[in-house]
Design a protein around this ligand. Sequence first.
Ligand SMILES: [Zn+2]
Length: 82
Amino acid sequence: MKEKKYQFKRAAHIQKSLLVCPNCYEYLSQFDIEHFQVCPYCEYKFENDDEIEDFILQPFVENWISQFDEPPQNSPELLPPR
Ligand SMILES: [Zn+2]
C-alpha cells in the first residue's frame, strides 16, 4: 500500500477536507494552494503529486456530481399543513 505523504483533515462543520501543512501544521483549503502549491503561512513548497491534485480538484468534482443530483420531489416538508 502506498504511503501517504500528506495529512488531510475532514472539517465536519464546513463539509470540506483540509490539507495539513507538513511544515507548520496549518490547515489549508483548496483555495490556498490552487494557484501556487505553496503554504501561505510558511512558504512550504508542496510536491506536485496525485494526492495534492485530487485535493485541489475535489470541489470541482463535487460540484460536477451535484449537477446530476435531482432536487427531492414531493418532499413531506414542502407540503402545506393540513
Ligand atoms: Zn506551512
